[in-house]
Design a protein around this ligand. Structure first.
Ligand SMILES: [Zn+2]
Length: 191
């Protein structure tokens, strides 16, 4: 397939119901932001995919490969694997998942690294609104598996969480003082 055919197949896959549901669930972009998306696309081209290979299963396998290389935490991969399992008609387990991931990696000739410059250039060539998806700052840097985001239930960066917690406490104190004056109750939700 030529480049434009790959782009067309990828856009069609991004509109697949299962991928749309996945992106809705990933409200903060912690599991798959625009860089992971374009890396998946690059992986598919490296594997010399045909139209029938552009499936949600391969999307989740490629996304997990991208996490293997670019992310530090395994928690996010576990969530992604859950989406892969839910696609299977038969009982899938971790062993099957890892095997299929290795098969895909082999098809990519074991090349998992994609330069950021290539990512930036490719993003503009895939015209789909989801390609603007960015990761919320709360989920960048070193993630603490014990601190989960209220919105997406993914781990957050401890430093950002501390800052937000301090901000939340300060805001609650301010609100409390104001409320005492106004004699009312307030609820503050930040994360
Ligand atoms: Zn979140």
């Amino acid at each position: 397939m030529n480049f434009q055919q790959h782009v067309a197949c990828f856009i069609k896959l991004l509109d697949n119901n299962h991928i749309t549901e996945f992106n809705k669930r990933d409200v903060c972009g912690a599991l798959c932001d625009k860089f992971h998306l374009i890396i998946i696309f690059q992986y598919f081209m490296r594997a010399d995919f045909k139209e029938e290979d552009y499936t949600p299963e391969n999307f989740f396998l490629a996304l997990t490969l991208s996490h293997d290389i670019y992310e530090d935490t395994t928690v996010l991969k576990t969530i992604i694997m859950g989406f892969y399992y839910s696609r299977k008609q038969f009982v899938a387990n971790k062993l099957i998942f890892q095997w299929n991931k290795l098969v895909l990696f082999g098809r990519m000739k074991y090349k998992g690294y994609v330069e950021k410059k290539i990512c930036n250039n490719l993003i503009d060539l895939v015209p789909h609104k989801i390609m603007a998806k960015t990761r919320r700052e709360l989920h960048t840097g070193f993630l603490n598996n014990l601190l989960l985001c209220d919105k997406c239930r993914c781990p957050v960066n401890t430093l950002h969480a501390v800052k937000l917690q301090k901000y939340r406490t300060d805001t609650e104190e301010t609100n409390s003082k104001e409320c005492k004056k106004k004699k009312c109750k307030s609820v503050t939700t930040l994360i």
